[in-house]
Structures are given as C-alpha cells and as structure tokens.
Design a binder for this molecule. Structure first.
Ligand SMILES: NC(=O)c1ccc[n+]([C@@H]2O[C@H](COP(=O)([O-])OP(=O)(O)OC[C@H]3O[C@@H](n4cnc5c(N)ncnc54)[C@H](O)[C@@H]3O)[C@@H](O)[C@H]2O)c1
Length: 340
C-alpha cells in the first residue's frame, strides 16, 4: 500500500490557537504546517511558541522558517488574506485563526490565492459552505466544501452536550452561559473599545457578553433552532472555561442521575471528544485537556418539575484538536474522491 502524503496546512494567525495547532501538528505523523501568516515578527512568534509546551528546544527559527524535526513552516509578516500567496506553498487547507476574517469575502481571498479550502477557527459572520462540529455532523461534509468553519470551542461544547442528551430526552428549550477565560481582544486595563462592557479591565471584572452560538446552532442541530439562548461571562481566569446550561425537559420524570448516565454513555461513545468527570474539579484542572466537553456529574441539579442545570468544562486546546480533526476529515474525503 502506498504511504499517504502528509496534509499540508497553512495557518493565518499564530496566536494561542495557531500555536496549539502547530504543536499538535508537530506531535502528529500526518499533518505538516508549511506556511504561517501573522502580523507578528518571526523572532517574537518563535519566542512565544517556545514559552509554551514541554519541549521548547524542538522549535528552531531558521531565518524566516520555523522548523522542528518533522517540518519547516515559512513565516510571513502579512496582515491580509488577499496578500498571502498560499499557492507558493502548495497547501491543502488554510486555517484562519486570526478571528478577524470571518466573512465570505475574506475566505474567497484565501481561495483566490491558492488555498484549496479555508477553515475558520471561529464562527462565520455570513453563510459559508459548512459548519462541521467533530463528533456530531462530520457525515454532512462534502468534498466540494471550500469555506468551512469548525464552530468555536463554546459552540462545540454546547452542541455536543445537546446532541448527547437529545438522543435520550426531549428538550423543550434552554439557556447557556459560558463562564469564559478572558481572550486577547480584551484590555487588561480600562481602555475605550467598540463595546462598553468589553472596554473594562479583563483582569479585575466579570464581564457580561453576548455569544453567537445561538445564531448558528440550528445549522448543526436543526431541532434546536431558536430554542437555546446563549451568553458569556468573561472572567479574570487565563485558561479553562465552564459551560453552564439550563434545560427545560418535556418529561417531568427525568432526574439528575438519568442525565449523568446519558453523559457517561456519551463519553464512552466519543472518547477523545467528550469526557465525564466524577471528581470535584475547578477550572485549572481542565488546562491541557484536548476534550471538547468534560461533563461534570457533580454539577447536575434538578429544579422544580422539569428544569435541569448542568456544568461542563472545556479549554481552547480541545478546539485546536478539533480543527485538526476537520482538516483530516476533508483530506480523507479528497482521498476517497481520488480513489473513486
Ligand atoms: N482563545 C479563546 O478562548 C477564544 C474564545 C473565543 C474567541 N476567540 C477568538 O478567536 C480568535 C483566535 O483566538 P486566539 O486565542 O488564537 O487569539 P490570539 O489573539 O491569541 O491570536 C490571534 C493571532 O492572529 C494574529 N493576527 C491578528 N490580526 C491579524 C491580521 N490582520 N493578519 C494576520 N494575523 C493577524 C495575531 O497577531 C495573533 O497572533 C480571536 O479573535 C479570539 O478573540 C478565542
């Protein structure tokens, strides 16, 4: 049998997510990062990469290339998809993890510059070919998809929870609040931005924020279209997020233990994506987890006749791992097409 060629990935935006993708690719045997576009200087990007992870010595800066024992990635100081010559690097797919270029026009710029596909690290702002949440709707992916989103870490966690429970129970409606680590678009000190509350210091406030998951959930789980409210509280924690979901169940007889058992079964059915924890953990305990949803069985409570409150944990690393799952999914669709 012929050995499959490694998947050649380009990354735009070498921030937390971009670096996590790079580290996961370096530890893999099937994905190579061949080009990286970022507004940061190569020395600084290399320095940030080395400040994370257990083996900084494996990452070398060779001129404008970031190198490890498996691949070399050309670092390009470029700030716009329209400027990045992906065709030179022969990429199979580009992951846009800037968080800046979320609409079709920018995605078309990536495609126009030679990226056969572009995968957004976050939710889009307009309609694209597909939103793929690993563990839920991989089967909907088509080899013809060009503009794809892997949702967001929060959207994935919520969708996985709802999908797992809706297999056993009827859910009328619900609400989600993510108690979220601060993100790099927040200011450490009070600093005038485009949003009132997000102009306040991330380091010392609980900051209420809207969350877009409700706008896109129906694309992945149509039965929940318009049924789940979503919001966020950004808190002064650097990593580790908590998904607090309240669900109104159709059936009054559902109790906390039945919910816990359904989530334990989901964890057994989707290892590596969903987990269930019985210990009384806190947010720092989830740092380093590459799961997309770690269900907290101690957090399940029933209120009144039919309201169930749940808690689940997740962190950004799980989302970086799911982005690579989606990269592999499309590579396997290409391989099937070639073999046909
Ligand atoms: N990490 C999270 O928990 C989280 C959660 C929700 C949303 N997000 C959003 O997702 C996006 C990516 O997340 P992240 O944590 O990796 O962010 P990050 O800020 O760590 O990384 C973004 C990277 O993109 C680069 N960049 C910014 N503008 C660019 C441009 N015009 N051209 C090229 N590169 C550019 C930055 O230099 C940085 O390296 C951000 O917008 C973030 O707000 C992140």
């Amino acid at each position: 049998m012929t050995q499959r060629k490694p998947i050649r990935v380009g990354i735009m935006g070498f921030g937390q997510t971009g670096r996590q993708i790079y580290q996961l690719a370096a530890a893999s045997d099937d994905v190579e990062v061949v080009a990286i576009a970022d507004i940061g200087k190569p020395e600084i990007l290399h320095y940030l990469l080395c400040s994370e992870g257990s083996d900084p010595a494996q990452h070398r800066l060779d001129g404008n290339f970031l190198a490890n024992d498996r691949f070399r990635a050309r670092l390009m100081e470029i700030d716009s998809p329209a400027e990045m010559p992906w065709d030179i690097f022969g990429v199979d797919i580009v992951i846009d993890s800037t968080g800046k270029y979320r609409n079709r026009n920018y995605m078309e710029d990536h495609l126009g510059n030679g990226a056969p596909r572009v995968l957004l690290r976050t939710l889009p702002t307009d309609h694209i070919d597909r939103i793929v949440i690993s563990g839920i709707n991989e089967a909907s992916a088509s080899v013809s998809d060009r503009m794809i989103s892997a949702g967001s870490a929060t959207t994935s966690a919520l969708a996985l929870l709802l999908d797992s429970l809706s297999g056993s129970f009827e859910i009328e409606c619900g609400s989600m609040t993510t108690v979220h680590a601060f993100t790099s678009d927040q200011a450490l000190q009070d600093y005038a931005g485009s949003d009132f509350r997000r102009s306040r210091s991330a380091a010392k406030n609980i900051i209420p924020n809207s969350h877009e998951a409700s706008l896109w959930l129906g694309k992945v789980l149509p039965q929940f279209e318009g049924k789940i409210l979503t919001s966020a509280l950004n808190v002064p924690v650097q990593e580790g997020c908590l998904l607090d979901v309240n669900l109104v169940m159709k059936d009054d007889s559902v109790d906390a233990e039945a919910i816990n058992n359904a989530m334990r079964a989901a964890a057994a059915a989707k290892p590596g994506i969903i987990g269930a924890v019985e210990d009384p953990i806190v947010s720092s305990d989830v740092i380093g987890s590459s799961l997309s949803l770690l269900y907290d069985t101690k957090g399940t409570i029933k209120a009144g006749h039919n309201t169930i409150k749940t808690l689940s944990w997740y962190e950004n690393l799980g989302h970086a791992a799911r982005l690579l799952d989606v990269v592999r999914l499309y590579s396997s669709l290409d391989a099937q097409k070639e073999a046909a």
